[in-house]
Design a protein around this ligand. Structure first.
Ligand SMILES: Cc1ncc(COP(=O)(O)O)c(C=O)c1O
Length: 406
């Protein structure tokens, strides 16, 4: 008799490399509290609360009603969208890119990032990723069989990167990596720390990449969400950066289009080519009307972006002021939709996860524990500016009561 194979012997080793999301435990408590009738003020996710601007919604409806727009689309993005992407770079940064070989539309920037790594990382390849980090920036490599070398992000009270320390640490990390790193990932303005860099940062980084032979992935998801005169630089303002770099952007934050799943990646032809190839195997492209509406978002009136930016800035200011009255002194970020908040000294011993759980249960305020972004984040929580000013003030009142217990 043939013995059946034991199912226990079949392993899913690859998926098991992904740990349980630390944020899931906060989410579970949040849902339970809400089910019990509690009004949770939720700052825990980077999920924009506003609606997509009307003219973009209208374009989606119009394009959906048009004949011939319902079949499989083009996986690398329709030509007009790729042209809108390269025009965006030209207008904004004075950078020339070829829409056919140096630009690709992606289903949100997370999809493009993960597929690029899936397509180009061999088992054992090394990537250097500054930490704390947006989790997929490391786990995309883990999933692909690569190894990640962490590097602590150091910054000043204005959330500006300590660039001197960064390059010292990076040079050490490169020297100590076996094999030599294939990728260095940068994400400025940074999630979760909100840290920003100068233009000069990219000059140094590109020079180092050329000398040491690694590729750079630059994620500028928060490029539009900047305040107090700060402007996000692009790596491509450095001459020759295309030899070593790709950069990704998303419509999720700038246009409140997180649910639409539209983003893009541009730059180095070899890497864009690899991404194009893997995408042509695994997907048929975004729904054409979404691509048409995304084209309109990028090419159209940008006052909607300014409105979204102003909304976050106002919330940031209200939060910093009202939380200070509650006894929690926060730094003011110059970018992103977050505040990277060091725990008040008297509760720091709790660590970020325990603090976040208690804040949720005892003050009905949900935040993301910094430990979820890596071990260097454990003295912090990330507060997303996705609740309105009235709710921010209410949260401050709850927090004041909560902190009095310690
Ligand atoms: C740094 C960073 N990159 C990428 C993304 C993913 O955005 P999307 O896939 O919606 O474009 C996010 C989302 O929060 C992010 O914070």
């Amino acid at each position: 008799m043939v013995k059946n194979r034991e199912f226990e012997d079949i392993s899913f080793e690859k998926i098991n490399r992904l740990p349980k999301y630390i944020f899931a435990s906060i989410n579970e408590i949040k849902l339970r509290e809400r089910r019990n009738g509690k009004d949770v003020i939720d700052f825990s996710m980077g999920n924009p609360d506003g609606d997509t601007p009307k003219h973009i919604q209208e374009k989606l409806i119009e394009a959906t009603r048009k004949k011939g727009n319902h079949g499989y689309s083009v996986s690398k993005g329709i030509y007009k969208l790729r042209l809108a992407i390269t025009d965006w770079y030209k207008r904004r940064y004075g950078v020339e890119l070829d829409p056919d070989s140096e630009a690709i539309a992606t289903m949100g920037s997370k999809e493009g990032y993960t597929h690029l790594i899936e397509a180009t990382v061999n088992v054992g390849d090394v990537a250097i990723v500054p930490e704390p980090t947006y989790p997929i920036h490391t786990y995309a490599f883990t999933l692909a069989g690569g190894t990640v070398r962490k590097m602590k992000i150091n910054f000043n009270e204005n959330f500006e990167l300590d660039e001197v320390q960064f390059f010292k640490d990076l040079e050490i990390a490169i020297r100590e990596s076996v094999p030599r790193p294939k990728y260095v990932v940068v994400n400025f303005p940074h999630n979760p720390t909100t840290v920003t860099v100068t233009k000069n940062f990219y000059f140094q980084l590109v020079e180092l990449a050329k000398r040491e032979g690694f590729y750079i992935i630059s994620d500028i998801a928060y490029a539009d969400l900047t305040y107090d005169g700060y402007e996000t630089p692009s790596i491509f303002t450095v001459p020759g950066a295309k030899d070593v770099a790709v950069e990704s952007f998303t419509l999720s934050k700038s246009y409140n289009m997180a649910g639409w799943r539209v983003g893009f990646m541009v730059g180095n032809r070899k890497l864009i080519g690899a991404l194009e190839k893997i995408k042509s195997w695994v997907d048929y492209g975004m729904f054409t009307p979404i691509q048409v509406a995304a084209t309109v978002a990028l090419n159209g009136d940008q006052s909607c972006v300014a409105e979204i930016r102003d909304k976050y800035r106002e919330r940031r200011d209200v939060m910093v002021e009202s939380f200070a009255n509650a006894g929690w002194h926060l730094g003011k970020p110059r970018a992103t939709m977050f505040i990277w908040a060091r725990l008040p000294e008297k509760v720091r011993h709790l660590g970020s996860l325990e603090f976040s759980k208690r804040l949720l249960l005892e003050a009905q305020v949900a935040v993301s524990p910094g430990i979820g972004f890596g071990e260097y984040g454990d003295e912090y929580v990330r507060i997303a500016l996705i609740e309105n000013k009235k709710r921010i003030r209410q949260a401050a009142k709850n927090i004041k009561r909560f902190l009095k217990k310690f």
